[in-house]
Write a protein that binds this ligand. Structure first.
Ligand code: ADP
Ligand code: MG
Length: 612
């Protein structure tokens, strides 16, 4: 297949703009000069911006990208701060642990490990919660940790812990705010770099796919429980590192900065900056920190009495941002700066991914035996049996509400039959998860399209290749996954081209017409190297030309030995394409046979066409 001529017209048009790399170099140079040029006051303030930004980068990943709202991040900052406060102040420890006493760097390591363990425990309890219960759960442990800090005697209770020593680097103690500036912002830059890298990887796509719904992500082989846990722990580690820096910058900790209201402030920073954007974390942290500083000076004078009036202003701001600039400030800034967006490179010379052995044509791939699914009193599927073989297209048809989508859910492991058995490639898969079944080679599309509208077509399709890669979060964060990534993207590009979407390769999927989005889902399914495709109404919303192209594609797949099971309302499309038809009504199979037999079957005509 030729993917050499991918349309780079967009890139060519934008040539005189600055590249992201050039902008970053300018930014770094600027940052390096700040402590030398600005007064102490602003350097200190920027240190606090950096500390917040570090936490907020985690919040962006967790909430903005992963869709998990947490109000409790301040508690993890506290965990990092208190761990180092306790350990680095040289308190007497049991003999075996004496070596960790007095060293800030050792305390950082211990703090990170402790945070990971606590995040794992809290995550395994609260990440199971859905909807509003998750944010509420994070509030509960946010408050609990705060009260622990505030009441535990060995953590200084209300008084806190003072005389925390400075951090020393190669024997040099960081004593001034200007010196801390470089350390704080080094942490921020590393966090930005690794988070950006992570999001631009196989694991990153898995994390982003959480927003496309768990059913879709799992069907593509993503372990959504694990993906949620991973971002929860990463966000907690960022917060812990910020707490560590904070404690040594202040030389003192008490519980106040780790309360729930600060947790809300971090969330607010993420939203203001642009919750889905890693760089938005910097903007959000900067805007809110400076604004807070200014308001705290101005408002009490204006109103004539002391108080935290800035909270009211922030509340009003939040409402305005959510109404007027849902994506935060970052996209507005990007609009002003002439930055050249680099298109993803597709390396056609990358090693092809290994493929599963296709089943010989005619081998039974999928078999349902008397599958029954009851919803209370309603029997949505009643003793449904069917078979699909390699190199065959089977259509499942029937009036609305007949139970076709329910049957799809039973077959693909989204739901478990009340009774009956499902065999896939000769093995029983009844009751197995959709992820396990997907791994065995079943892939599907959805009646209601489920894709990531803000991701490009290429990246959306690459989600389908998730199971065919293995590089994890750490490899991705440090760019040790580029070989595999090139192979995955190559595979995705081949499927994008094969379904005829080549000219939209780098377009955001949300900009495509509905019909094209359906086609995209087919490419995504194919990218997983399946031997069975389940397509739920693939021709809905397609124009005649597109339907013909889809039929051609499915015929080609069939000739290569693919088994295809599709639900479809368009009878012309079905009858000219498929090998056999199964007709359902009221959850039961009322007919099965060749297309022309079905077209003349009196029971079908009665049920389906209302008795013509
Ligand atoms: P089709 O896809 O053929 O239009 P469905 O499989 O979506 O039909 O639905 C079959 C029947 O099962 C409908 O009456 C529907 O209301 C019911 N049904 C589907 N899913 C559920 C569920 N989760 N709970 C209760 N009833 C359901
Ligand atoms: Mg349906």
């Amino acid at each position: 297949m030729n993917i050499r001529n991918i349309n780079y017209a967009n890139a060519m048009r934008a040539v005189p703009r600055l590249s992201a790399g050039q902008i970053i170099v300018v930014f770094l140079g600027f940052m390096a000069l700040i402590p030398l040029l600005l007064p102490e006051f602003y350097v200190t303030l920027l240190n606090y911006v950096g500390l917040s930004a570090l936490v907020v980068i985690g919040v962006v990943l967790l909430t903005g990208v992963g869709g998990l709202t947490s109000f409790g991040q301040a508690a993890f900052v506290g965990l990092g701060a208190y761990t180092t406060a306790y350990l680095s102040t040289g308190r007497p420890l049991p003999l075996q642990l004496a070596f960790i006493s007095g060293s800030p760097w050792m305390a950082l390591v211990i703090g990170l490990v402790l945070t990971a363990v606590i995040a794992l425990i809290l995550g395994s309890v609260s990440l199971k919660l859905s909807g509003h219960y998750l944010p509420l759960g994070t509030m509960v442990w946010g408050i609990s940790l705060y009260f622990l800090f505030n009441n535990l005697e060995f953590l200084g209770a209300q008084v806190g812990i003072s005389d925390i020593p400075p951090i020393s680097i190669f024997g040099h103690d960081l004593l001034s705010n200007r010196e801390y500036f470089y350390l704080v912002w080094l942490f921020v830059m590393v966090a930005l770099f690794t988070t950006q890298n992570l999001l631009d990887s196989r694991e990153g796509r898995a994390i982003r796919s959480l927003k496309g719904g768990m059913v879709m992500a799992e069907a593509m082989g993503v372990n959504t429980t694990r993906a949620r846990m991973v971002i929860f722990i990463i966000a907690a580690l960022h917060a812990c590192a910020a707490g560590w820096l904070y404690a040594h910058l202040q030389h003192f900790v008490n519980a106040t900065p780790f309360g729930l209201h600060i947790g809300i402030e971090y969330l607010f920073m993420a939203v203001v900056g642009g919750a889905g954007q890693v760089w938005g974390a910097l903007i959000g942290a900067g805007v809110i920190t400076f604004l807070k500083q200014w308001l705290q000076g101005v408002l009490p004078d204006l109103l004539g009495s002391a108080g935290n009036y800035e909270v009211i202003v922030f509340g009003v701001m939040m409402v305005i941002v959510l109404q007027r600039a849902k994506d935060g400030i970052w996209p507005l800034i990007v609009g002003l700066v002439p930055v050249r967006v680099a298109l993803k490179k597709i390396d056609i010379d990358a090693l092809p991914l290994p493929e599963k052995l296709q089943a010989p044509i005619g081998e039974v791939i999928l078999e349902a035996r008397e599958v029954t699914r009851k919803f209370g009193g309603l029997v949505a599927n009643n003793k449904m049996s069917l078979q699909v073989s390699a190199g065959e297209i089977l259509a499942l048809v029937g009036p609305n509400g007949a139970g076709k989508s329910t049957m799809f859910n039973q077959l693909s492991g989204v739901d478990t039959p009340t009774s009956g058995q499902i065999l896939f490639r000769g093995k029983s898969v009844t009751g197995q998860s959709s992820r396990a079944i997907a791994k065995m080679g079943m892939s599907r599309t959805f009646q209601h399209v489920r894709l990531l509208p803000r991701m490009t077509v290429l990246e959306n399709v690459a989600i389908g290749a998730h199971m065919r890669g293995s590089k994890g979060v750490l490899s991705a964060a440090w760019r040790r996954d580029r070989n595999e990534e090139a192979r995955l993207l190559r595979e995705a590009a081949i499927h994008v081209e094969a379904v005829g979407l080549k000219e939209y390769m780098h377009e955001e999927a949300g900009n495509l017409a509905l019909g094209q989005q359906r086609i995209l889902e087919i490419a995504r399914a194919l990218c997983s190297d399946p031997c069975l495709l389940l397509l739920d109404e693939p021709a809905a919303g397609l124009r005649l030309k597109e339907k013909q192209a889809l039929a051609d594609l499915l015929r080609r797949l069939r000739s290569q030995g693919m088994a295809v099971l599709l639900v479809e309302h368009d009878m012309d499309f079905v009858m000219n394409l498929v090998d056999r038809v199964v007709v359902m009504e009221f959850g039961e199979k009322i007919a099965e046979g060749l297309p022309h037999e079905i077209q003349e079957n009196p029971a079908v005509l009665e049920a389906y066409l209302g008795g013509v």
